[in-house]
Design a binder for this molecule. Structure first.
Ligand SMILES: NC(=O)c1ccc[n+]([C@@H]2O[C@H](COP(=O)([O-])OP(=O)(O)OC[C@H]3O[C@@H](n4cnc5c(N)ncnc54)[C@H](OP(=O)(O)O)[C@@H]3O)[C@@H](O)[C@H]2O)c1
Length: 306
């Protein structure tokens, strides 16, 4: 497929690689809807915040600190509720959940967008830090907020095609501390496979309700995500960005589409890329591994310092 074809081709949804978050929500009124977006200060989350508020949604924008969340929310004109939610700090996640409840916010969608990449040697609470931040932090947040979801509430996990680089045998239940040496992308991919499996298991638990849970790959976009990776690589990545990569506006499209499109009211347990259902790695469909990850995550959260 030529670059031109890749950019312009559309899938069954009517959208594709080149679609932007503004385009996938064109004509859609989100008045009366409330959407929580994690990591609203940068990259895809910042664009999701901008476009969702532009369409009328109240966006609960979370960031590592309240000051950062406030600054991001102040930069848009729509209705926002800035909140602190440092995903690698369970106390901060718990406080965020408590604040959403205290404010009486009901959520039409939660977009688990925040993420880190490329710091495989660090740990949080004895767990590999990308797994802890990208998966456990969001697991705590979403399971804490299930009661705040509306009857038709949606959970969108921002995973990545990098889940295909996770170790071949899937979630490393015997090494969640990440002490076995792995390549950078395998460690990041492991956390993104966890995002996918979490969406699968949540979708299974939503069965019989009108709530949905899906995962997305946003594309490859030059954002701050690479800040912990090789600076030389990032320099060339940045140079090639405008030619070879999605723009931030295009990168935010899939998560915004899956969180809001009326066409997806009953679509759950799927993996999306370029605003269309896509194929994930085979074991991302492994219901046994997904259930085990949920149960292990519950135990991890229960054992964290109060
Ligand atoms: N860019 C890509 O090519 C690509 C490809 C596939 C998947 N993704 C996924 O897309 C999502 C968005 O990434 P992006 O490209 O927009 O990256 P980004 O520009 O680095 O934005 C990431 C956001 O997450 C926040 N964040 C990071 N660590 C956090 C923590 N511990 N607690 C709370 N918030 C935290 C960041 O806040 P600070 O700025 O304060 O750190 C920032 O707001 C991520 O989940 C990423 O894995 C991106």
């Amino acid at each position: 497929m030529s670059l031109y074809e890749l950019f312009t081709s559309k899938g069954r949804s009517g959208f594709g690689y080149g679609s932007t978050a503004e385009q996938v929500t064109a004509g859609l009124s989100l008045d009366g809807k409330t959407v929580l977006v994690t990591g609203c200060t940068s990259g895809l989350g910042q664009e999701a915040l901008r476009v969702l508020t532009m369409r009328g949604a109240v966006v609960v924008g979370t960031a590592r600190t309240l000051q950062k969340a406030q600054a991001a929310c102040n930069a848009v004109t729509g209705k926002t509720v800035p909140l602190a939610c440092e995903l690698s700090d369970p106390a901060s996640v718990k406080a965020c959940v408590a604040e959403v409840k205290r404010l009486g916010l009901t959520l039409d969608a939660i977009i688990c967008n925040a993420g880190i990449m490329g710091i495989q040697t660090e740990q949080a609470f004895g767990y590999e830090k990308q797994f802890f931040t990208n998966h456990i932090g969001h697991f705590m947040l979403v399971t804490g907020l299930l009661g705040q979801l509306t009857e038709t509430g949606r959970v969108v996990m921002v995973s990545s095609n990098a889940h295909t680089m996770a170790p071949k045998d899937g979630i490393q239940f015997d090494d969640l501390a990440g002490t076995r040496g792995k390549a950078d992308m395998a460690t990041y991919g492991h956390s993104k496979l966890a995002n996918l499996l979490f969406a699968k298991e949540l979708s299974r638990r939503f069965a019989g309700t009108k709530k949905t849970a899906n995962a997305v790959h946003p594309g490859v976009i030059h954002t701050n995500l690479g800040r912990n990776t090789n600076p030389v690589f990032m320099f060339f990545f940045g140079l090639l960005g405008p030619l070879m990569l999605k723009s931030v506006a295009q990168g935010a499209a899939t998560e915004v589409f899956v969180a809001t499109s009326p066409s997806l009211a009953t679509t759950s347990g799927e993996y999306f890329a370029d605003c269309n259902v896509a194929k994930a790695r085979v074991d991302a469909d492994d219901a046994v591994m997904a259930r085990r990850l949920w149960e292990v995550s519950e135990r991890i959260v229960a054992d964290l310092p109060a």
